[in-house]
Write a protein that binds this ligand. Structure first.
Ligand code: SAH
Length: 218
């Protein structure tokens, strides 16, 4: 980021080294992206000084921006190379989408909360994240007109993997989503091949609810 106070660049470097690389996120594309995106601009004014801490933060509307390490782990699990078109469900603050945008060709991101959708769309414009496309709708139904996607990331937790998302994943594509009940979930990575769907459990996590037709009721 041009014109930002120096302290933020060094806080970011420290975040990447101490919270992310040291815990096993090694993909250089992921580490470089997280070193670049100004996380402090994705939280409210009052939380700017906590933005690089090792914890999730509230972003308004009862929602949260994930702990930096979780963002690193989920992004790495998508095994991105750079040419991909990626779908994100749950735009929220926009931070996860911004990290993805530094790695891939194009990011499609869906948010169901109108206030967050409007606020974050404006922020992407202001910060010139031009390869992020936003949409206000129920992301559990995916984005059929733009699919199939090389990778899909869901940043809210459902009881199961929404079937439209599996349908809209290309052959060879990867999907990552927290699956579980109200209180705790497992981070599930799914890989789709010509004739098979393989899932792996990446471990326990806790996310806000995925609400929609193929998620929780309101
Ligand atoms: N990726 C975000 C995380 C935000 S929290 C970030 O980096 O900040 C999860 C978000 O998912 C919330 O904003 C919530 O409103 C949204 N959400 C929940 N269910 C959704 C659905 N069915 N479609 C789209 N967004 C949804």
């Amino acid at each position: 980021m041009k014109n930002e106070p120096k302290k933020y660049a060094s806080r970011r470097r420290e975040m990447v080294e101490k919270q992310i690389a040291s815990r096993g996120v090694t993909d250089p594309l992921v580490l470089a992206a997280m070193n670049k995106v100004p996380r402090h601009l994705f939280v409210s004014e009052a939380l700017v000084d906590s933005a690089y801490g090792d914890f999730p933060l509230p972003i308004g509307e009862g929602q949260t921006i994930s702990q930096p390490y979780i963002i690193g782990e989920m992004t790495q699990s998508l095994a991105l190379k750079g040419h991909e078109r990626v779908l994100e469900i749950g735009t929220g603050s926009g931070y996860q989408a911004a990290v993805l945008s530094q790695i891939v060709y194009k990011v499609y991101t869906i948010e169901r909360n109108n206030a967050l959708f409007l606020q974050t769309r404006k922020l992407f414009d202001k910060l010139k994240f031009h390869n992020i496309v936003t949409r206000y709708s129920d992301g559990t139904q995916g984005w059929k007109q733009e699919g199939p996607f090389d990778a899909i990331i869901v940043t809210a937790g459902g009881q199961q993997i929404p079937s439209p998302l599996i349908e809209q994943l290309s052959i060879g594509g990867r999907l990552v989503i927290p699956v579980g009940d109200n209180f705790s979930q497992e981070l599930i990575r799914l890989e789709k091949t010509e004739d098979n769907i393989k899932t792996t459990n990446l471990g326990a996590c806790r996310f806000v609810k995925l609400i929609g037709q193929h998620g929780w009721n309101e």
